[in-house]
Design a protein around this ligand. Structure first.
Ligand code: ATP
Ligand code: MG
Length: 246
């Protein structure tokens, strides 16, 4: 199997009057089945890096291979296709359509896909909602769901194309600690099923649920270490529920 992510000396400069060197030579390899957190101070380049990994933006120089495909030479359409095929996105703000049901939100990426699969979009979307524990909320509209449930819908949507990789930028940033724990349990479950996950977080506590932590500073990777004692979100959630008696 190829590496899921391989970057070579990635640089990104935003051409303002005073150019911003957001990435200054990033080398990173992430293999299948990894669960990686990216940490670093505000402005260190995390979102810039994630946008390039997600084929939402291009580097100024350097190269990037996603699941064995050299991304640099691709046209805009090819880039959109590879993004749809290989990557699921989860954002801090959920990015769901309002006044639209959970089911429709999850179906949407399949509707826009140019290569149609044999499975009906609705059936595939239902499968994914079941996978994230929302079998009983499929018909609810976005505003009828809690924040944690909305993020689960977003995760179901990210799964709908069977991606090689899930990219999550501060997915727990808008959630309270109990709901964050709950969501990290879901990410851990998906990772155990073999999905590769890269997750940006400000919180060292959240990074402890992943398997490897990469730290960025001023557009460079300054630390890359395995998490020695990975936390188990489901276990902690049970203990948490026990303490407050629910
Ligand atoms: N579109 C843009 N145009 C110009 N400069 C940008 C742009 N996007 C980001 N920057 C600059 O690039 C640097 C890195 O920004 P980036 O958003 O990648 O940081 P970050 O690590 O994600 O920060 P945060 O933790 O606050 O989300 C910052 O100095 C930022 O001001
Ligand atoms: Mg950011």
């Amino acid at each position: 199997m190829p590496e899921v992510i391989q970057t070579f000396d990635l640089k990104k400069t935003y051409p303002l009057e005073e150019p911003v060197h957001a990435l200054r030579g990033v080398n990173l390899t992430i293999g299948p089945g990894e669960f990686v957190s990216i940490m670093g101070a505000s402005g260190s380049g995390k979102s810039t890096f994630m946008n390039i990994l997600g084929c939402l933006d291009r580097p100024t120089s350097g190269s990037y291979e996603l699941d064995g495909v050299k991304v640099g030479g691709l046209s805009r359409n090819e880039l959109a296709d590879i993004r749809n095929e290989k990557i699921g996105f989860v954002f801090q703000g959920f990015n769901l359509l309002s006044r639209t049901s959970a089911l429709e939100n999850v179906e949407l990426p399949l509707v826009y896909q140019r290569k149609k699969s044999k499975i009906k979009p609705k059936d595939k979307a239902m499968d994914c909602l079941v996978r994230v524990g929302l079998a009983d909320r499929m018909g609810h509209q976005t505003q009828q769901l809690s924040g944690g449930q909305q993020q689960r819908v977003a995760i179901a949507r990210s799964l709908v194309n069977d991606p090689a990789l899930i990219l999550a930028d501060e997915p727990t940033g808008n959630l309270d600690s109990r709901t964050s724990l709950d969501l990290m349990g879901l990410f851990q479950e998906l990772n155990q099923q073999g999905i590769t996950i890269v997750l940006v977080t400000h919180e060292p506590d959240i990074a402890m649920f992943t398997k490897r932590c990469v730290e960025m500073r001023d557009g460079l990777i300054v630390r890359d270490t395995p998490i020695e004692e990975q936390r188990d979100a489901k276990l902690e959630l049970e203990e948490f529920s026990g303490v407050i008696g629910i």
